[in-house]
Design a protein around this ligand. Structure first.
Ligand code: CA
Length: 364
């Protein structure tokens, strides 16, 4: 549903409520409207910067816009369910909502990975265009329907960093046998070039890297990585985030809980998710650069680009992985075709707009 229509629904509802109050002033008091109290479970530590703040902001928006008729309490990973059980908890109604990364659910539906990020795929701006105006959201709703879930966009980190490595990466051979925390399709690509992808939630990263249980980890970018202190556990910080060029987060809503709400509260949920989706990107845009300066200047972190031939090998491996995933799962193939068509189209304009502008703006 388009934003303008949603705002119209909310406005009409307020007008109806206001008129209703006026006409009942001298007669019987209007019956109090039903209020709802929901649980929202997340895959993040409570109040974690960026990722963890988004659901809190969402809950605040909803409570204010609904004048307290819909109260949503946010839980960090492990408070109600572990971070990797958010999908099931919302599906079975343990919680009415969740906030997580869709690629954590690749074991449920392989195509879920596409709704977080594709290596060398679209950035945040392009992904949001596909999702809301290019058919992406319709495909996502179709994918989650059998699980009793309705997905909504839940924020975007922008282009991430390639990650923290305990040793230098000078050639593709340095990735062979490398144990790295890297989820989703990026992990499949690492496996293709001889690395060993490991799945860990954010809260497990620092100790795993420090103890040597893993050799490398990606997480998000300077803002979140500094908060975890990852610079104390590895010497080299590589860019760019080839594997997550605009990692999207998701809100999920239990279908019965959503359908039990009046239409104006449903619209408030949809508008609040759209607001938070943009708000997260704004927060990362503002905070990443400050954190990068602190990592470089205060902590002396060695930041480097991945060598060109490593990037090329990863890009070639990505083509193979995407073909294998498409061959293995018809739904994955269908969603990826839609994604790739949009990317191929939007990139033609972005070559002469965004890319050309960045080049022109540069002082070099
Ligand atoms: Ca990441």
């Amino acid at each position: 549903m388009k934003i303008a229509k949603l705002i119209a629904i909310i406005s009409i509802s307020f007008i109806v409520m206001a008129c209703g109050n006026k006409t009942t002033t001298n007669s019987t008091q209007a019956a109090p409207q039903q209020t709802y109290e929901w649980k929202l479970v997340t895959s993040w530590p409570k109040n974690f910067p960026g990722l963890g703040r988004a659901p809190e902001t969402f809950a605040e928006y909803v409570e204010r816009m609904s004048a307290g008729r819909l109260k949503i309490k946010v839980y960090g990973a492990g408070q109600v369910v572990p971070g990797f059980e958010v999908f099931d908890a919302v599906s079975n109604g343990t919680a009415q909502m969740g906030h997580a990364g869709s690629y954590y659910w690749k074991g449920k539906a392989s195509a879920s990975q596409i709704f977080t990020a594709i290596p060398f795929g679209m950035n945040a701006q392009e992904f949001n265009g596909w999702l809301h105006y290019g058919g992406g959201m319709e495909l996502w709703r179709e994918l989650y329907a059998p699980f009793n879930l309705i997905p909504f966009a839940g924020g975007n980190t922008g282009v991430q960093m390639a990650g923290w490595f305990k040793k230098e990466i000078n050639s593709i051979d340095d990735l062979k046998g490398l144990k790295m925390r890297i989820p989703g399709l990026g992990g499949e690509v690492l496996k293709k070039v001889g690395g060993i992808p490991v799945a860990l939630t954010g809260g497990e990263l620092f100790t795993s890297l420090q103890s040597g249980a893993i050799d490398a980890t990606e997480w998000v970018g300077p803002y979140n990585d500094l908060a975890f202190g990852l610079h104390k556990a590895a010497d080299y910080y590589y860019y760019s985030g080839w594997h997550e060029p605009g990692a999207a987060l998701e809100f999920t809503v239990n279908k019965q809980a959503y359908e039990a709400l009046p239409e104006d509260l449903q619209a408030i949920i949809e508008v609040a998710t759209r607001a938070v989706n943009q708000d997260m990107l704004d927060e990362y845009t503002a905070a990443n650069n400050n954190a990068m300066q602190a990592l470089k200047d205060t902590h002396g972190v060695d930041m480097r680009p991945l060598p060109d031939d490593v990037i090329k090998a990863l890009r070639d491996a990505t083509v193979e992985v995407m073909k294998e995933q498409s061959d293995a799962d018809a739904t994955f193939a269908k969603v990826y075709r839609s994604y790739l068509d949009f990317q191929n189209n939007v990139s033609q304009y972005h070559q002469i707009s965004e890319q050309e502008y960045y080049k022109n703006r540069s002082n070099e």
